[in-house]
Design a protein around this ligand. Structure first.
Ligand code: SF4
Length: 346
């Protein structure tokens, strides 16, 4: 089995040869902090050790238990209003990144910035700036209010068209689209890959219909030589896309799918605000309908790991999002393990 196992054996009797086992399988290969979040937490802890106090603009990670742990070490989370009022302080920019206006305010207020924007997000921000400067209308597959999307939109003067529903079923999301303009489709890093390509297909159709043309696939930016446009050799294509979904997230999809199939019950642990948590939870739930989402152990229901005959299941999987700390997954696994042991003695 490809996953690390915590195995609980209970219910052993000399009179009956049955050995009842509950395997609590903790997924260490495709759950837990991604590299971007690890970088942020590492920097935050280092600063807190040095200074004892650090301000974070927004939740340092979309996981309340981890935020609480860092707040106990001296981290102070501020919202937008609180950030604008801060002066002469140390402030952390988290992995999601920020729009240019945040850096302007930090400079005006004499804030020392610890910038932990994830390199994947930095690259996406740079791509957005470049495309915008080349005259493209920016279309983002993402969630309007997600901090990363706010940061990306800031790179194009807040003029991006942001679409969350790949089937274009929300007319208000596409009301601002100029179908005659050269356009570039990109994505929030934590959106789902199939949704991105569904949106691309629907946009290809929409733009083609508006221009009375036959729908043709948009060009991938990686296949375009920008210098050809800059040097005047050949103009850039008018409709382009870049799949900017983070593979730290999407590469986990198949593994979590398989992990969910391999367990009778899956306990998925993540913060309710975690976008990536929602995507990965849905993947687990699709693979195994007996998947349950919890933010913390108090939401766990013991009945979830019982079969209809009242017996406990044999395999319980514990997994989570890129924003779920491994220590927390271990805590949840241990709790289930202890419950199983306790239950066996009755
Ligand atoms: S999910 Fe990807 S883009 Fe987002 S913080 Fe993690 S590594 Fe960076």
């Amino acid at each position: 089995m490809p996953f690390d196992l915590i195995v609980v054996t209970f219910g052993f009797s000399l009179l009956t040869p049955n050995v009842y086992r509950v395997n609590v399988n903790l997924d260490r290969t495709s759950s837990g902090f991604c590299i971007g979040v690890q970088g942020t937490i590492y920097e935050a802890e280092e600063k807190l050790r040095e200074k004892g106090r650090l301000f974070s603009f927004g939740d340092v990670v979309h996981n309340e238990v981890e935020v609480k742990r860092l707040e106990d070490l001296g981290l102070v989370t501020v919202d937008e209003a609180g950030f604008k009022e801060l002066k002469n302080a140390e402030v952390l920019i988290r992995a999601h990144g920020e729009p240019p206006s945040t850096y302007r305010i930090a400079k005006e207020n004499n804030l020392t910035v610890t910038d932990t924007t994830c390199p994947v997000v930095s690259r996406l921000q740079r791509t957005t700036r470049m495309l915008f400067e080349l005259g493209y209308q920016i279309i983002i597959y993402g969630k309007q209010t997600h901090p990363e999307v706010i940061g990306i939109n800031g790179q194009c003067n807040n003029q991006a068209v942001i679409i969350k529903h790949a089937d274009l079923s929300y007319p208000e999301e596409i009301a601002g689209l100029d179908l005659t303009k050269k356009s570039a489709l990109i994505s929030q890093t934590t959106m789902d890959v199939p949704g991105f390509y569904e949106l691309k297909k629907n946009l290809e159709k929409l733009f083609a219909e508006a221009l009375s043309l036959e729908a043709t696939p948009w060009m991938a930016i990686r296949d375009i030589d920008i210098t050809a446009d800059i040097t005047g050799v050949r103009p850039m294509p008018t409709l382009v896309f870049k799949d900017t979904i983070c593979r730290q997230v999407s590469s986990r999809n198949q593994k979590l799918h398989d992990f969910s199939l391999a367990n009778e019950v899956v306990i998925f642990v993540a913060g309710k605000k975690s976008s990536n948590g929602q995507v990965l939870y849905n993947i687990c739930k699709d693979a195994n309908p007996r998947t349950f989402f919890i933010e913390d152990i108090d939401e766990f229901q013991e009945s979830w790991i019982s079969n209809s005959d009242g017996n406990l299941v044999e395999n319980v999987g514990v997994c989570g999002a890129t924003s779920t700390p491994m220590w927390h997954l271990e805590k949840v696994a241990l709790h289930i393990e202890q419950f199983a042991q306790k239950n066996s003695s009755h």
